[in-house]
Write a protein that binds this ligand. Structure first.
Ligand SMILES: [Zn+2]
Length: 119
């Protein structure tokens, strides 16, 4: 899906632009846009969290809030724990993450697995 608005960092038109929450930007970019709050429209080249957002978007497309999951709060080994997602996925510190029941902080999607996800 192309976006008619150019990247707010490099002015490159269209492409896979995403709105990036300023708090999630890397330090260097955040300093350039220090006065900004909210979101910046960025192209993948300028957005260093782009891959993580793609992961989050792919997850959200198949796992709505309430999806039963198995998750591993620490090291991913053994059975893990069972829970249900409490949020859609978003990017936390550069990693696609989600909230699950039984865990107050977010869990990286690499440590969450849908159980019997709807086909
Ligand atoms: Zn750009």
């Amino acid at each position: 899906m192309s976006n008619p608005r150019p990247c707010e960092v490099c002015d490159r038109p269209s492409g896979e632009h995403v709105n990036v929450f300023v708090n999630e930007l890397d330090v260097e970019t955040r300093e350039r846009y220090g006065g900004r709050a909210g979101f910046l429209l960025m192209c993948p080249g300028c957005d260093r969290t782009h891959e993580a957002w793609l992961d989050a978007r792919a997850w959200n497309a198949r796992c709505p809030v309430g999806t039963p999951v198995r998750y591993w709060p620490g090291v991913r080994e053994g059975e893990g724990r069972q829970g249900v997602t409490r949020s859609l996925a978003w990017v936390v510190s550069g990693h696609a993450s989600v909230l699950v029941t039984g865990q107050s902080g977010s869990v990286a999607l690499s440590h969450v697995e849908p159980v019997g996800a709807p086909a």
